[in-house]
Design a protein around this ligand. Structure first.
Ligand SMILES: *Cc1c(COP(=O)(O)O)cnc(C)c1O
Length: 363
């Protein structure tokens, strides 16, 4: 049927059953005679989609609707880099950032434009191949919040513990590993993610925010569009949101639930990643993983081959074998396999066996 295994880092693979539902409902959404794209965001039909999307996100995240709100915003995860300090970093305060990759660096830089920031730790000197240990985190006296990036999409490293920062609100950019593994999400006060990796199409950003944190948000942001409070008061409908994106998130959240939730998906994701890391480790140095073993990402697997020519050949032959999107990020090079929730186990089996075979032929 012409579908290939899609290892793109984002926008990325979507679950096939979801795409099939979208196709079925595209011309006539549930007997309304129109597509969701053509529907008013103020219609009861869309309001229902919006409400269900919010409650399914919370359910899958294991969070109580009494404690958290979900917002569907625009501007990408990148606008969150600015909205967070605009809403939570007052002029007298300091915000702490843990810098574990290029997106974490960007988050830090945007906050620095707006207020006082402190780097609690960075792993730049290891070329972002490691995650700092708890005892390496040096928080400032009384930070307004601590910001981390749970998964480094570009270099392929991931936090495997949630840092303890006492009573300080913990803010996390979870763009590339949200809902991919079991995690106590209630340890976070604000979770955000561009949807285009693990939750939906591009054009919508998911923000999960603790209600008590929301109450602390600034009432003086330079624009209403930058105010969490205004978006929350209006159930993400202050202006026209990315309605089609929210509809797809709603379908994907139902799919996650039907798959058995993140407990089951997390187990499958572990199996998927192990297949590829095993192929790296069994290659007698033909493949060299970028991440330190204890920091390996379960979502973005990065590795090098002996030279750039072989890397090109690897990506080209993989594409011929119907595995696409494997070229590494321009800033790192090499190969990157992004294996988000929608990548089936068979896709990772196919890639692992291709890796074994390619190493035999070219090693
Ligand atoms: C992709 C990504 C971003 C950027 O997201 P946009 O929606 O393009 O702004 C930020 N942080 C992380 C961790 C990402 O993976």
């Amino acid at each position: 049927m012409g579908r290939v295994y899609n290892f793109n880092p984002g926008p990325s693979a979507l679950p096939l059953p979801v795409l099939e539902t979208v196709q079925r409902e595209l011309l006539d959404y549930k007997g309304n005679g129109i597509s969701v794209m053509e529907m008013s965001h103020r219609s009861p039909q869309f309001e229902e989609i919006n409400r269900e999307a919010e409650s399914l996100v919370l359910e899958n995240a294991g969070l109580a609707a009494a404690d958290y709100r979900v917002l569907f915003l625009q501007g990408g995860a990148s606008l969150q880099f600015s909205m967070i300090p605009m809403n939570f970093l007052s002029p007298q305060a300091v915000a702490d950032y843990v810098v574990t990759g290029s997106f974490a660096e960007k988050a830090y830089k945007e906050a620095k434009k707006l207020g006082n920031v402190h780097v609690a730790a960075t792993t730049k000197e290891s070329n972002y191949s490691t995650i700092p240990r708890q005892e390496e985190l040096q928080f400032s006296e009384k930070p307004a919040y601590v910001h981390i990036t749970s998964n480094n999409t570009i270099y392929g490293i991931q936090w495997h513990y949630i840092p303890d920062c006492g009573d300080t609100p913990l803010v996390v950019d979870m763009s590339s590993d949200i809902l991919s593994r079991e995690l106590d999400m209630s340890r976070f006060s604000l979770i955000y993610a561009g949807a285009q990796k693990n939750m939906g199409p591009s054009g919508v950003t998911v923000v999960i925010i603790r209600k008590s944190m929301l109450e602390q948000a600034s009432d003086a942001t330079p624009s209403s569009m930058l105010s969490y409070k205004i978006h929350a008061e209006n159930d993400s409908l202050y202006n026209t949101p990315c309605t089609f994106g929210i509809y797809i998130i709603r379908l994907i959240m139902q799919w996650v639930k039907d798959m058995g939730g993140i407990k089951v998906l997390g187990g499958v994701n572990k199996e998927k990643a192990d297949l590829i890391y095993d192929a790296i480790d069994a290659s007698s140095g033909f493949y060299r993983g970028h991440a330190a073993k204890e920091a390996r990402s379960g979502m973005n697997i990065t590795f090098r081959l002996p030279d750039a020519e072989l890397e090109k050949k690897f990506a080209a032959e993989a594409a011929k074998a119907e595995m696409i999107g494997l070229k590494g990020h321009r800033s790192v090079g090499g190969i990157r396999a992004s294996i988000y929730n929608a990548m089936p186990l068979e896709g990772c089996r196919a890639l692992a066996s291709f890796m074994h075979e390619f190493a035999r032929r070219n090693g």
